[in-house]
Design a protein around this ligand. Sequence first.
Ligand code: PEP
Ligand code: MN
Length: 278
Amino acid sequence: MTTTAYEPDPNRPEQGPATGFDVAGRPVGEGFTLIAGPCTVESREQTLAVADVVAAEGASMLRGGAYKPRSSPYSFQGLGCEGLAILREARERTGLPIVTELLDVRDLDDVCATADVVQVGARNMQNYPLLTELGRTDRPVLLKRGLSATLDELLMAAEYVLKEGNERVILCERGIRTHETAYRFTLDLLAVPALKERTGLPVIVDPSHAPGRRDWVEPMSLAAAAAGADGIIVEVHDDPDNAVCDGPQALPAADFAGYAERVRRVAEAVGRDAPLPV
Ligand code: PEP
Ligand code: MN
């Protein structure tokens, strides 16, 4: 039976039950999944330092972009293939599966050769050729909600991947554009129960990009766990003040242990097993 995301289209296959799935030996959608790591892979030292900390504190996977969608074309765009090689080394060293973004369909083979989960960023949520190509791979896809996308649009975007036979899609709420200007984006936590009512796909929350400020990342993380999210993808840096990208919102690696413990407690309070420090 095919797991599909969305109901109204009469041409879509029969809907499967709400199920999680396995990513590199780790279940997603059952217990609470904690994905952590830098916004971008800046260097071998930085990536391995963060990877060591998050692995020790029970993270389920390591995040880090080698191809970055930046608002300015003059900003750092990512280390590309060199960044992917660093991520492979981090996986070998820590055992953590890698979540990394695919920006351009021309990089599909390179990214799929490294990624355990391929992230499709908010700006690419409706890049249908990219989603279709990912649907033809065996890589799980972490699909972020577009900046102005409705939940219907997110679910239909997921359908482009599912339709090709790739049933492993993780949906991610990361904040949307509203009239509010007091923070970068409005984190729409109501998306968690609303999506879960309509799809069996795992739903996670990115608490980093909406606040854009690290002191608001933890409250949003705890709220996401309380709302029933299947996990969190959070940005962590060993030296946030000197981060190349998204430093103000990055949790300092030195604070990650306490953060992970508090998130774990909320996840457990709502009945989810959460990963323990090793
Ligand atoms: C990111 O995860 O670093 C990122 C760029 O996310 P988004 O696509 O949600 O902006
Ligand atoms: Mn980022």
